[in-house]
Design a protein around this ligand. Structure first.
Ligand code: CTP
Length: 405
């Protein structure tokens, strides 16, 4: 179950060469549990047949504004009323102009004017068409009205030229949908600011070497995504890694524990929650060698002096900030984690086995709160664990809100 499960979405495909990618997008959305309707413009029908989308969605595909109204369906009016979000992907320059102007002489135009559902526009076209002041003006109009514009990306275009205009990656489009649907959430995280740290810090020894750990960042990224799904404003403070950040997160890139400390200080100012999922170096080299350290034939040992870093979670203190920590342990899990919760003034700690968890896809965690209550969870993916952690965060926020009322 995610924010996508059972939600009603209309995907409008318009007539650009990127239309072929809309079939993949359709498949991904259906697999994610979206109840997806597809609309093809006349231009899209030049590239693809309705059958492709009918087979993928097992639902009729919409192409015609002039379909007769029946007892069950008032054509575009029913279609427009029956959706939680409208995605236009790919959106050609022509369709963007038509949507901005409010033209309604085709089915997409009529649905666009009739719906109150949020609009996601995924432009795809040639570089100069995208940068033309007319297109930019229309995109500006749509953005001002609250539409989310996803992409385009840079790269090789259909003409063979390089430039801006490639349709955004499927992951970005699905991410934008999650953000838009998340904004419809009404839980305690909706509209609140949450700061999440992720990944393993790197402490330089010399210009090419450093001390780091096996953290993949997956847990922190999953928490960031799950918070966006609940309508939170998310700052993701990310240690080096290749992972694609969730769509809609404000990303701050850091390398060292000291960078992370400064970034967390700056970000928590108006935050309700801080989740420290990052694996922070506890020690760093005393000073960084200015040049690469060379091997000396006579060396049998290289000594690198280390000094402790600041404990960020223990140091950050702002009234009303709910602090959530992770405890990676190799022995006496609950006892050590409870000690950390108390020492660092946390509202919740996620305790797990350091060796099994770091760098892995799954986690077997125990959630411990301020009352010392330990909830042992079964092994699950880090995405599933993120949902469980935020369920607990929302429960804590809810009772704090009630107590403050
Ligand atoms: N943490 C932090 N700053 C540090 C070290 C850790 O904010 N310098 C945070 C981690 O992000 C995590 C929690 O503190 O949320 C616990 O981290 P962990 O490595 O399990 O514990 P430590 O406090 O470092 O203690 P130890 O290494 O002795 O187990």
């Amino acid at each position: 179950m995610t924010v996508l499960t059972g939600r009603r979405v209309l995907l409008a495909v318009s007539g650009g060469i990127a239309a072929y990618k809309a079939a993949d997008l359709t498949s991904k959305l259906v697999q994610a549990g979206v109840r997806l309707d597809v609309l093809l413009t006349a231009g899209a029908e030049q590239f693809l047949r309705p059958l492709t989308f009918e087979a993928l969605t097992r639902r009729p595909v919409h192409t015609n504004l002039w379909e007769p109204w029946t007892e069950d369906s008032a054509g575009h009016v029913s279609l427009a009323a029956d959706i939680d979000a409208l995605i236009v992907a790919p959106a050609t320059a022509n369709v963007i102009a038509r949507l901005a102007l409010g033209l309604s002489d085709d089915l997409l135009g009529a649905v666009n004017l009739s719906t109150v559902a949020p609009l996601i526009i995924v432009p795809a076209m040639e570089h100069h068409m995208f940068h033309h002041p007319a297109t930019q003006g229309h995109l500006g109009t749509l953005r001002e009205r609250g539409a989310t514009i996803v992409g385009p990306e840079q790269g090789r275009l259909a003409s063979g030229a390089m430039g801006d205009g490639r349709m955004a990656a499927i992951e970005s489009i699905v991410g934008a949908l999650r953000q838009v649907l998340g904004r419809q959430a009404t839980g305690p995280l909706a509209g609140r600011h949450i700061v999440v740290s992720a990944g393993g810090t790197q402490e330089p020894i010399d210009p090419v070497r450093g001390i780091t750990n096996r953290s993949s960042g997956r847990m922190g990224y999953a928490i960031a995504q799950a918070a966006i799904d609940r309508g939170a404003r998310v700052t993701l403070i990310a240690a080096p890694g290749e992972r694609r950040p969730p769509f809609g997160a404000d990303v701050v890139r850091i390398t060292t524990a000291a960078d992370l400390h400064a970034a967390v200080e700056a970000a928590v100012d108006d935050a309700a929650v801080l989740v420290m999922a990052a694996a922070v170096a506890d020690f760093r080299p005393v000073g960084t060698a200015p040049a690469k350290i060379k091997k000396d034939r006579d060396d049998t040992v290289l000594n690198v002096a280390l000094e402790p870093t600041t404990d960020i979670l223990a140091t950050i203190d702002r009234p009303g900030l709910l602090k959530v920590g992770f405890a990676a342990e190799t022995e006496r899990l609950v006892e050590h984690a409870t000690g950390k919760l108390r020492r660092k003034g946390l509202g919740l700690i996620v305790a797990n086995d350091a060796v099994q968890t770091i760098g892995a896809e799954t986690s077997t965690a125990t959630l411990i709160d301020r009352d010392g209550l330990a909830e042992e969870l079964p092994t699950m993916t880090k995405e599933e664990l993120a949902v469980r952690v935020l369920d607990r965060v929302e429960a804590i926020l809810r009772s704090a809100d009630e107590a403050g009322r």
